[in-house]
Write a protein that binds this ligand. Structure first.
Ligand SMILES: [Zn+2]
Length: 426
């Protein structure tokens, strides 16, 4: 058994600092509305609704269908690759990812359809699932070089423990590293291109500021992904709470580098560029699944659907993932099924009513399969976990009745069904 120190004695101190780095909940609308086309609500950070009650992510999907000629975009990608393709057999593009269906597809297409030499890089999950590790291995076996970077284990656990209290999301240290590490590796090898899969802000929130760009300018990238709470903010609070000592932070500076975006001067000197594959190629998660099943040995979860959703092939790698979505359920009243169903409605795979029924059935389901792993990893007790959950519940969507928490706003509630003109009744 891996040595996992107990952090439960930090609880009272951290509860007094809880939510101190959470910057989203306070800005959400007090009146909850659901999109009339998909199932997402206006509680999703950065999403907007128009006068017809349709969300910005749906409008973005419509705009893509109407305006984009994918053959033109494919030609643009070819041109970009022609410019950056190495002539001496060295790596010419970094593709960050886990070997899951999305990053595997990007890597495979860049290599086999565009003649690039990708170096794939993986920021290790907190705790691999069996199927996640198997898919990762299959991906490498299908013909890819890969750097698997494990963050400093103890340091990463402390960050995760802190982020659970301060941000209501123990997963956040993964997000810091996933972005920053890819650039650091690219710069180390003198590779000028970094290809991510999709622009999540545009695909899921409909934040359109950069949706029509092939990639995010690096200055903007730093601002968008690292605004608000950066790893150094978490470290500072950790010092304040006595979870880190100043000596420890001094000693672990090398570890910290992987969580920090490189400086702008470094970026500029390296001449690196970040692009989204989804700008050049029509991005349909379900098609990525079929593609990778054929080309990279990807398999859906043999255990069936993941907890909290009906999907069998997305976000399978990490035992901690379910808690990222579950905490979103506390903060916003919508979780993983909402996100999956909304995207499938926009892709035309399911009808809205079907999405509503799936949300009723699976959204906010507790991820019990890996609950003990989560507690061990974050070093807290069951009682402490529940206290943190309750602390992050948004009063806009949760109410306590007779000692039980009730979700007060759901897409399947009669008033919201009526508002969307649905004939469903539950
Ligand atoms: Zn929508």
């Amino acid at each position: 058994m891996v040595n996992m120190p107990d952090f439960s004695s930090n609880h009272d101190k951290l509860m007094s600092m809880a939510t101190s780095l959470e910057k989203q909940i306070g800005h959400l609308p007090k009146e909850v509305k659901f999109c009339k086309k998909c199932v997402v609500s206006n509680q999703r950070p950065r999403i907007t609704f128009d006068e017809e009650g349709v969300c910005s992510a749906c409008r973005y999907a419509e705009w893509k269908q109407r305006e984009i000629d994918w053959s033109v975009r494919g030609a643009e990608l070819k041109e970009l690759c022609d410019k950056y393709r190495s002539k001496d057999g060295s790596y010419d593009v970094v593709v960050p990812g886990s070997g899951g269906k999305d990053s595997a597809r990007v890597s495979h297409m860049l290599k086999h359809e565009y003649g690039m030499s990708p170096l794939t890089v993986t920021w290790a999950p907190f705790q691999y699932t069996d199927i996640g590790f198997q898919n990762f291995q299959s991906f490498i076996q299908s013909g890819f070089d890969n750097f698997l970077v494990h963050p400093n284990g103890l340091f990463h656990r402390k960050l995760s423990h802190l982020a659970f209290y301060l941000l209501g999301d123990a997963w956040q240290p993964f997000a810091y590293g996933q972005m920053a590490m890819a650039f650091r590796i690219a710069m180390k090898f003198g590779i000028k291109l970094v290809f991510f899969g999709e622009n999540g802000e545009a695909e899921y929130s409909g934040d359109l500021r950069h949706a029509k760009m092939p990639g995010m300018p690096l200055e903007v990238w730093r601002e968008v992904y690292y605004k608000g709470s950066m790893v150094d903010d978490v470290v500072e609070k950790g010092l304040e709470a006595g979870i880190f000592t100043p000596e420890e932070i001094k000693r672990e500076q090398a570890s910290l580098q992987f969580y920090r975006a490189p400086g702008l001067d470094e970026f500029k000197a390296a001449g690196a560029q970040m692009h989204w594959f989804a700008y050049y190629h029509h991005w349909v998660p379900q098609e990525n699944y079929y593609y990778c099943r054929e080309h990279t040995g990807f398999e859906a979860n043999p255990a069936g659907r993941s907890e909290g959703t009906y999907s069998k092939y997305a976000s399978l790698d990490d035992r901690m993932d379910g808690f990222h979505y579950y905490l979103a359920f506390m903060k916003f009243g919508i979780a993983r099924t909402t996100s999956d169903a909304a995207h499938e409605i926009r892709d035309g795979h399911i009808a809205r009513d079907e999405g509503v029924s799936l949300v009723k059935r699976y959204d906010g389901e507790f991820p019990k399969l890996y609950y003990q792993d989560f507690l061990r990893y974050t070093g807290i007790t069951d009682g402490q976990f529940n206290e943190v959950l309750d602390h992050f519940r948004s009063p806009t969507v949760w109410k306590k009745e007779g000692g039980e928490w009730k979700l007060t706003e759901a897409v399947w509630h009669p008033k919201h069904l009526a508002a969307a003109g649905s004939k469903l009744s539950f």
